[in-house]
Design a protein around this ligand. Structure first.
Ligand code: TA6
Length: 300
């Protein structure tokens, strides 16, 4: 017997879907196929959603897991092949689809999982300045864990050069106490140090604005949060790069939909294909980015 509850709700200008299943709840907005929040009963949220989030058409909601596609970040910092795909004037940060009108293909419910399936098809909804034929499927699976899948299908006759990221915001009790396991020895580009390359020594801790692109990443990264006695595991497939970001104090004042002290309660780990991990998809081929989120108490 299915034991899920799925409801469509309107949050200001946005159509959203709230799903409850076996003591877990998530919220998704159809615009951008964007996960907004994810929480287990009796626990703090795993996925962070800004207290100042705005639900407006054409604007990404601050928090959750925005989809950055067909490029991540500043297009000018992407490989030349990715830049060349765009013929528009001003390239928006994080690509063209995170605030676009996606289509809900359907909601599938079994005893084990609820799946929301979203579609964005550039042959049906052309992207200004990006004249290529591609079909995007974004699936959100709520079961005993949460799984996000982003599949790109190159429908065109030429190779498709792109970068992408699931720009996931995680809730932490206190960024000063949180640390990230799994990065020891991994190379990273430090955008706060003029994009110079470094190597991570030990776990990543936070004491200032942090904006790093890790390369050749392992499949599992974990956020250790002593304040909430919790480890959040991120298990990725189809990604060998990750962006670690906390805006800290000064940048927080320049961010939209972001309280001045919110930096203390959030951390982005963005499961990505960026820089040398950017993709070249042959005509007719697919590529899939997959992220599984789970959590457990810190072993006592
Ligand atoms: O992923 C890190 C980053 O590129 C930061 O530099 C910051 O710009 C963040 O993304 C948020 O970008 P947004 O356009 O959503 O404000």
């Amino acid at each position: 017997m299915a034991t899920s509850h799925i409801e469509r709700i309107e949050l200001d200008e946005l159509t959203c879907w709230r799903v409850r299943r076996h003591g877990a709840e998530l919220l998704v907005t159809q615009q951008g196929a964007q996960l907004l929040s994810y929480q287990l009963d009796g626990e703090p949220p795993l996925i962070w959603l800004s207290e100042e989030a705005a639900y407006a058409r054409g604007q990404s909601v601050r928090g959750g897991a925005p989809i950055c596609w067909p490029w991540f970040g500043d297009l000018r910092r992407n490989p030349a092949a990715v830049q060349a795909q765009f013929q528009g004037d001003a390239a928006p940060a994080h690509g063209l689809v995170r605030a676009a009108d996606w289509q809900l293909l359907g909601v599938e419910e079994t005893d084990d999982v609820v799946i929301l399936r979203f579609l964005f098809d550039t042959t049906k909804t052309p992207l200004a300045g990006w004249p290529h034929a591609a079909r995007l499927h974004a699936d959100i699976h709520l079961g005993d864990d949460l799984q996000l899948t982003l599949e790109t299908h190159n429908l065109g006759g030429a190779p498709l050069a792109m970068s992408q990221a699931l720009h996931s915001y995680f809730a932490v009790s206190d960024i000063h106490q949180a640390r990230v396991e799994g990065l020891h020895g991994t190379r990273y580009i430090d955008t706060m140090d003029d994009w110079h390359e470094h190597a991570q020594n030990g776990d990543l801790t936070f004491s200032g604005e942090t904006d790093r692109i890790y390369l050749d990443t392992p499949s599992r990264l974990s956020i250790v949060d002593p304040g909430w006695n919790r480890r959040i595991h991120l298990d990725a497939r189809g990604s060998r790069s990750a962006v670690l970001w906390n805006p800290w104090i000064e940048k927080s004042g320049r961010l939209s939909q972001f309280a001045s002290d919110a930096w203390q309660r959030m951390l982005c780990i963005e499961t990505a294909n960026v820089l040398e991990d950017a993709l070249l998809i042959a005509p007719g081929e697919h590529c899939t980015l997959h992220l599984r989120l789970s959590s457990e108490p810190i072993a006592t």
